[in-house]
Design a binder for this molecule. Sequence first.
Ligand SMILES: *[C@@H]1O[C@H](CO)[C@@H](O)[C@H](O)[C@H]1NC(C)=O
Ligand SMILES: *[C@@H]1O[C@H](CO)[C@@H](O)[C@H](O)[C@H]1NC(C)=O
Ligand SMILES: *[C@@H]1O[C@H](CO)[C@@H](O)[C@H](O)[C@H]1NC(C)=O
Ligand SMILES: *[C@@H]1O[C@H](CO)[C@@H](O)[C@H](O)[C@H]1NC(C)=O
Ligand SMILES: *[C@@H]1O[C@H](CO)[C@@H](O)[C@H](O)[C@H]1NC(C)=O
Ligand SMILES: *[C@@H]1O[C@H](CO)[C@@H](O)[C@H](O)[C@H]1NC(C)=O
Ligand SMILES: *[C@@H]1O[C@H](CO)[C@@H](O)[C@H](O)[C@H]1NC(C)=O
Ligand SMILES: *[C@@H]1O[C@H](CO)[C@@H](O)[C@H](O)[C@H]1NC(C)=O
Ligand SMILES: *[C@@H]1O[C@H](CO)[C@@H](O)[C@H](O)[C@H]1NC(C)=O
Ligand SMILES: *[C@@H]1O[C@H](CO)[C@@H](O)[C@H](O)[C@H]1NC(C)=O
Ligand SMILES: *[C@@H]1O[C@H](CO)[C@@H](O)[C@H](O)[C@H]1NC(C)=O
Ligand SMILES: [Cu+2]
Length: 555
Amino acid sequence: MAKLGVALAITLLTLFSSVESRIRHYKFRVVRKNTTRLCASKPIIVVNGEFPGPTLYAREDDTVIVRVVNHVTDNVTIHWHGVRQLRTGWADGPAYITQCPIQTGQSYVYNFTFTGQRGTLLWHAHINWQRATVHGAIVILPRLGVPYPFPKPHKEEIIILGEWWKADVEAVINQAMRTGLPPNVSDAHTINGLPGPSPNCSSSGYTLHVETGKTYLLRIVSAAVNEELFFKIAGHRLTVVEVDAAYTKPFVTDTIFIGPGQTTTALLAADQPIGKYVIAISPFMDTIVATDNQVATAALRYAGAALLSGSASTAVPARNATPVTTAFEDGLRSLNSPEYPATVPAGAADHSLLLAVGVGVNPCASCVNGTRVVAAVNNVSFVMPATALLQAHYYNVSGVYTADFPAAPVTPYNYTGVAAPANMVTATGTRVYRVGYNSTVQIVVQGTAVIAPESHPMHLHGFNFYTVGKGIGNYDSVNDPKRFNLVDPVERNTISVPTGGWTAIRFRADNPGMWFLHCHLEVHTTWGLKMAILVENGKGPNESILPPPKDLPKC
Ligand SMILES: *[C@@H]1O[C@H](CO)[C@@H](O)[C@H](O)[C@H]1NC(C)=O
Ligand SMILES: *[C@@H]1O[C@H](CO)[C@@H](O)[C@H](O)[C@H]1NC(C)=O
Ligand SMILES: *[C@@H]1O[C@H](CO)[C@@H](O)[C@H](O)[C@H]1NC(C)=O
Ligand SMILES: *[C@@H]1O[C@H](CO)[C@@H](O)[C@H](O)[C@H]1NC(C)=O
Ligand SMILES: *[C@@H]1O[C@H](CO)[C@@H](O)[C@H](O)[C@H]1NC(C)=O
Ligand SMILES: *[C@@H]1O[C@H](CO)[C@@H](O)[C@H](O)[C@H]1NC(C)=O
Ligand SMILES: *[C@@H]1O[C@H](CO)[C@@H](O)[C@H](O)[C@H]1NC(C)=O
Ligand SMILES: *[C@@H]1O[C@H](CO)[C@@H](O)[C@H](O)[C@H]1NC(C)=O
Ligand SMILES: *[C@@H]1O[C@H](CO)[C@@H](O)[C@H](O)[C@H]1NC(C)=O
Ligand SMILES: *[C@@H]1O[C@H](CO)[C@@H](O)[C@H](O)[C@H]1NC(C)=O
Ligand SMILES: *[C@@H]1O[C@H](CO)[C@@H](O)[C@H](O)[C@H]1NC(C)=O
Ligand SMILES: [Cu+2]
């Protein structure tokens, strides 16, 4: 009865609330469904029977209430990737960081508000490798009556990029953890769930229909698992206007570089001769690590194109085309207009961290080589706790984590040197870094060359950050800050740290809670390239995390 009353109250609120902000209700049923790709079928976990899953639409300032019901035998959580979750960390979603999993037959209501963000984000499962098939787009429209800061497109399209394994994804990572070796690469990339024609299977791919003279807003989302990707449309250039739900200065490019967890919104003008044009995605990897080299294709089709006409094709960038990634990232700048100012913390940060990220090798008696590949931040391979960190923090439960994460490597070395440290063993621990409310934080993420340097798309929960600098080699704390862009750096929630280089980010810790920071290559997360930042409450209720919801899952 109580539940019914709440539901009724919410419905009334929805009906009578002002047009400026609404409460939007969604129901996500997590189910298993047999699905065929690459001419082979397997059961996959999906939301509401859809792959990719449903799009969550809202306007800035809206609250969404998403009831997630677990109908599968696996544990489930959903992360609203890039959503600030101001004071609502309980709704963030990473398993054992902000919540315990939703177990079979259980449900959990995610309740959060979109504040100060507009554009495209994504939601995805945040437990094991479930996000390979449990993901979808989030579209945050501007407030009613507020225009886009770019010409209004005729139509909007969502384009979700992913990876497909013929095998069960949990079997792939479980095998890797058993052997201590890297997991198998995917068998195909996908565009809106479809690989398109592949060498051994002539299935059709996704088609984007356009009309000559019109402009389309493409909301491109990467839900790929372990690979950063290039995205191209034959014969067309794209104008990037927003990334990670933050507006950018318009940036014209023929190739988009996008890592797992990133989103890029771009205008496409249908201004080429009527016909069909290939849309292609391919992997980026500028080191020795194996990738799935299958190019997934979709079609851009103009109205009036002859049914059987061939498609204009496009050459994809070389797998190791580092300059293409650099040109793309250097082209991104915050819009920084009077309406949407960049508020970059200036001066010396209250907390300045140097986080060395990369892989390592630990002993493992049962593994193939007697060793296991691991990954770490400042030599700490994060060990998942058995209870959620946020609950432990809120209820003052000791013994779950320690708030002593090292602000810099304890034993500095030549991070990008050719000679790896003789000892590649990492320490393990469940350690977090604590900062006070509203303090300013600078994090330099330094990639290491242990075994091999590699590009890492680093994702921070609970915040957008500004990317104030980046470089190749080791970060120089004396000279590099002199070149920082504190005026209009791009604002993101996920940033690619260049292979054998570093990236510096800044943000204001104005969101109390427990915020996951990790590589968004799922294999690196599994191996331990993750940690959390604990932001303390400030003064009074407005600066404190809300109490946990009654239905918060228990471990
Ligand atoms: C999937 O297909 C298999 C084999 O055909 C069948 O046994 C199973 O019940 C199906 N599962 C679902 C969820 O439809
Ligand atoms: C959502 O959270 C707000 C507090 O932020 C609360 O007032 C409201 O009752 C919650 N709604 C549901 C359905 O849990
Ligand atoms: C991984 O690839 C190897 C080699 O192709 C294959 O034998 C193995 O079955 C694959 N593992 C899984 C879980 O599919
Ligand atoms: C296609 O099939 C052939 C023969 O079975 C195999 O050698 C090849 O690896 C397959 N290619 C892909 C991309 O799966
Ligand atoms: C075992 O380790 C050696 C040295 O690191 C490596 O060359 C070899 O490929 C590994 N074996 C397997 C099966 O991966
Ligand atoms: C946890 O400890 C803090 C500081 O001692 C206190 O203010 C707070 O009430 C405690 N929380 C709970 C849930 O016991
Ligand atoms: C680090 O290693 C690189 C490559 O081996 C070398 O060029 C550089 O001089 C080294 N830096 C320091 C500070 O030793
Ligand atoms: C990392 O920690 C391990 C275990 O404590 C230690 O053996 C190793 O020397 C450390 N490596 C570095 C680079 O600090
Ligand atoms: C956070 O700090 C900034 C700079 O000192 C200050 O302007 C702002 O008012 C502070 N915000 C809060 C909520 O304390
Ligand atoms: C807390 O926030 C609400 C809504 O933003 C505001 O109306 C109220 O004045 C704030 N209270 C304090 C004590 O800052
Ligand atoms: C699901 O999560 C619960 C709580 O953490 C845990 O006890 C259980 O082992 C998990 N089940 C599976 C199948 O992983
Ligand atoms: Cu990584």
